[in-house]
Every structure is written in structure tokens, then in C-alpha cells.
Write a protein of this length. Structure first.
Length: 176
């Protein structure tokens, strides 16, 4: 705590009370010129962060400062844990995606294999049907030729029978 002239009124180091002047330092002058706020500064070789506010009824400013490193130590710890957690989650996600992709890939390969087998069976059945159709067509053609020959023979027999009948009728007249 310090007054409007920058004289320290309360400090953890008793030797600085009523002796040290914040006005001598840039950060002290900035705190005196503003009502409240936060600022970062260098003091005695280390980075500091100060939060301050001027009292309403007294011309005093109350300031709390801490080493920036100390202030952000817990933040850095949390940041480290979050980073580690992020990497663990990323690793888990990559593992889960690769595992699922492998399962899906195996399922797809299985379906493709079954389809390939079905297609081969279809082609084999198609070949058998084509072969049977060819054989049936050849048999039908042979039967048609056979029927044609039989028909020609039957016609020839019919013609011979008619001629024989006519000859018999000519040689033996029937009495009425």
C-alpha cells in the first residue's frame, strides 16, 4: 500500500515502509496515474505482475504484486496436463478410428469375397445353361431331321400303298 506521493505505507519488507518511493519507478508512476488495473513490469531482474486499486475515501493505493512466473505456475501445470490429456485423447481417437476402419475394411472384404463367389457361381451356372441350351438345340435339330426323314418315309409308304391299291383295283374289279 502506498500514498498519493508514492511513499510505501505497508509492505512485507518492513525496511521499505515510509522509506521507499514507488514514484521512482515507471510502474509506480503508472499506478499513481490510474485508479485501478493490472500491469506487467520488470523489477530487479524478474518479471512481475501487479494488480492495484485506489481507495475511495483515502488517498492510498493498494497493490498486490507477484512474480509472473509464480502467478502462471499453476496455469502452466494445467496447460501441461491439458496438453498431455489432449495427446492421450488424440492417441485414443487415432486408435479407435484405425480399429474401426480395420473392422469395416474386413467386413467390406468379406462382402466383396462373397459377391465374387456368387458371381463365379452365376457364371458357372450361365455356362451350364448355355451348354445345355446348345445341346438341346442340337438334339432338337437332330429330332427335326429325324421327323423329316420319318415324314418323307411315311409319304413314300403312303404313295406306294396308294399305287398298290390302284393296281389291285384295276386288276380285280369289284362286282356290284
Amino acid at each position: 500500500m502506498f500514498d498519493s506521493s508514492g511513499t510505501i505505507l505497508a509492505h512485507p519488507d518492513v525496511a521499505k515502509i515510509m522509506v521507499a518511493q514507488y514514484r521512482q519507478h515507471r510502474f509506480g508512476r503508472e499506478m499513481l496515474n490510474r485508479q485501478s488495473g493490472s500491469l506487467n513490469y520488470q523489477f530487479e531482474g524478474s518479471a512481475k505482475t501487479a494488480h492495484f486499486r485506489r481507495a475511495e475515501k483515502k488517498p492510498w493505493t493498494i497493490a498486490a504484486n507477484v512474480s509472473t512466473k509464480e502467478l502462471f505456475a499453476s496455469v502452466r501445470t494445467i496447460q501441461l496436463y491439458l496438453t498431455l490429456f489432449g495427446f492421450v485423447m488424440l492417441g485414443g481417437t487415432v486408435f479407435a478410428v484405425s480399429y474401426l476402419a480395420g473392422r469395416v475394411s474386413r467386413l467390406i472384404r468379406s462382402v466383396v469375397s462373397e459377391l465374387e463367389s456368387a458371381v463365379q457361381e452365376f457364371f458357372a451356372a450361365s455356362s451350364q445353361i448355355a451348354s445345355s441350351s446348345q445341346s438341346l438345340a442340337q438334339s432338337s435339330s437332330e429330332q427335326a431331321a429325324s421327323i423329316e426323314e420319318t415324314s418323307a418315309s411315311a409319304e413314300e409308304i403312303s404313295s406306294i400303298t396308294r399305287q398298290n391299291s390302284e393296281r389291285i383295283a384295276e386288276s380285280c374289279p369289284i362286282d356290284e
